[in-house]
Design a protein around this ligand. Sequence first.
Ligand SMILES: *Cc1c(COP(=O)(O)O)cnc(C)c1O
Length: 458
Amino acid sequence: MLTPATSTNREPSLDELRQWDREIVWHAFTQMAEYEPLIFERAEGCTLTDVEGRQYLDACASVWCNVHGHRHPRLDAALREQLDKVAHVTSLGSSNPTTIKLAKRLTEIAPAGLEHVFFSDSGATAVEVALKMSLQYWRQRTVPRPNKTTYIALADAYHGDTLGSVSVGGVARFHAMFDPLLFPVLRAPAPDTYRLPPGVTRENALAHYVRQMEELLAREHERVAAVVIEPLIQAAAGMIMHPPGYLAAVRELTQKYDVHLIADEVAVGFGRTGTMFACQQELVTPDFLCLAKGLTGGYMPVAATLTTTEVWNAFLGAYAQSKTFFHGHTYGGNPLGCAVGLATLDVFEEEQTLARLPEKIERLAEHLARISQHPHVGDVRQRGLIGAIELVRDRQTREPFPWEQKRGMAVCDYARGQGVLARPLGSVLVIFPPLSITLAELDRICTTLEAGIVAATE
Ligand SMILES: *Cc1c(COP(=O)(O)O)cnc(C)c1O
């Protein structure tokens, strides 16, 4: 009997792949009416290769998750070895040596005091877990505080795309549509060091933003379970960088007012800011630390929510007391993912990834200093190996380009033509490469973006 030529029994042509990609695959954060397929088939180090063999140097680390490059022999081997043992076991009532070892390792490298690990599968779920654990903690601790059912989050925050994480998120362009579904939260201003409120200077910005947080906490703490923040940098908001000291000050305030601190390090964790975790730069231990993206070097969807023994203990009891955390994700703690997670941490040690960052950070700073001279660059900012270039129409007034002109995208389109892959955040160009990037690759990313700025702002 003849079998019809379906997609299952022959390789599709490139044209078919493109057509299916345009017509069947619904891409994340993508206007499908305008989508032009960009199909990568393989990668090596920091370079991705598309189906036609064109190569692109990746300036955005596959949107902030790749750490040690692609096809890293150590990571590839870890995955293969785990595959020879078991691909998946459930974390509902059972475990696996690889998963256990990753949990232990995470507690060893995390800020002291974070001694327990709940695994899930994405940044959004890592945040959801923290939100739910915090609320449940207040309800069932020895002296319950059942009124603590709301959260303080920052303006322009981004914590993922599930409804809980969108509720604490504050990017209007993404979130306004879903408003009817969201729970209300209290909002503190984004401690932005470029777009400052009237009368506030870079010098007094820290005091200003801390005072606003304190006013909010002083007024509302009785009903607040937790303050949720992206430590040091609000990534999706446009790499908004907080004044140094803000994180430590918020930690102090949350302790003073008996409120949890949830640190969402999904973007900034795993070496991005120069230290393993951003919280470590201000010697902060949050009550919850949310990790994802870089946790597996950008290989597998594994996320973790770390917390304290104080929180853990509030969930202990006989089953009938119903203190259990009734929450789980089928693939939470997946052994394949955890194997790569462990290997990612091994590579940090073996390759001295953190010790080798300062010269890259320095080089990025040199490029940014030069690029900052351009008349349409309003601000350059950097923390560790995260760089941002904000394009403006007018440097003096900081007036932005009209958003519909898509100037950031125009620069990235130019760069793509030159074989450099970057993703803008509106008018903000982002340099967020794998930590394994070489100095020469970093040079190429920066000079290409610079040429793109010249081309796109004429
Ligand atoms: C990307 C991101 C998330 C969401 O992570 P997903 O794995 O995409 O769900 C949450 N918080 C921050 C700070 C992020 O950058």
